[in-house]
Design a protein around this ligand. Structure first.
Ligand SMILES: O=c1ccn([C@@H]2O[C@H](COP(=O)(O)O)[C@@H](O)[C@H]2O)c(=O)[nH]1
Length: 232
């Protein structure tokens, strides 16, 4: 699995996302469809973007009782996405149920990963508001180990934690890392951030980049800057 840049296409209409993707002409970036676009347009948006030739990470972050997640994942398995996810906080049992639901009759399935701690959460908020009384690095590693033990393919974490996740869970265990900003960029609501170049150095497998590309004056140039820094 090579390194790649995934664009978080956080738009709320089909028209907007298509107009955005058409700027890329023959380039076919890996696209993340999140809650905003999926709730606005439904499963058809996945088929449309897949039909345009893009790989798709469907980022719905499922977190519910195991039976509900299993059944929801069985529905998502029919959508031909390349990657989808759950929250590791849902427990190992929930993650195993997600894997079962996602696996098709022929044994095939999309990649399944789990969110450890959102990159918008600081250690302070995690400890004081969520009452997780541990350092954030240790918490991410603990959730990553649970995710690996449940049989999933990798985790969502900050690039700042990618190297440690690989050290604990192995090089093949994927790190999908949002919380990426250019050195001169606005951090916004993200807390555990770094640049595409540093994410590469720290061992991320995929960076997920939204606003630094989608809100750029020239999104194609911003995407290429990410690829240049992260993939080289
Ligand atoms: O921990 C997480 C998990 C998911 N995300 C998602 O990634 C993108 C990041 O967008 P930016 O505009 O680059 O901040 C967004 O779709 C989030 O839902 C995350 O940021 N952190």
């Amino acid at each position: 699995m090579g390194k790649d840049v995934i664009i978080a296409c956080d738009f709320n209409s089909k028209a907007e996302v298509i107009a955005f993707l058409e700027k890329f002409k023959d380039e076919k970036p890996f696209v993340k469809i999140g809650m905003e676009l999926f709730y606005a347009e439904g499963p058809d948006i996945v088929r449309t973007i897949k039909g345009m030739g893009h790989k798709i990470f469907l980022d719905l972050k499922l977190h519910d009782i195991p039976n509900t997640v299993k059944k929801a994942m069985a529905v998502l398995s029919g959508l031909d996405v390349d990657m989808c996810n759950v929250h590791a906080a849902g427990t190992k049992g929930m993650m195993q149920a997600a894997l079962e639901g996602l696996t098709r009759a022929d044994g095939s399935r999309p990649l399944l990963i789990a969110v450890t701690q959102l990159t918008s959460t600081s250690e302070e908020v995690m400890q004081q508001e969520l009452w997780i009384d541990k350092p954030i690095d240790e918490t991410v590693m603990h959730y990553a180990k649970n995710t690996m033990e449940a049989g999933l393919d990798g985790v969502v974490c900050s690039p700042l934690e990618a190297g440690k996740v690989h050290a604990v869970c192995g090089e093949k265990f994927l790190t999908i890392t949002p919380g990426v900003r250019f050195a001169d960029g606005d951090v916004g609501d993200q807390k555990r951030v770094t640049t595409p170049a540093k994410a590469k150095e720290l061992g991320s497998d995929y960076i997920v980049v939204g606003r630094p590309i989608t809100q750029a004056a020239d999104p194609v140039a911003a995407y290429r800057r990410c690829v240049e820094e992260f993939v080289g």
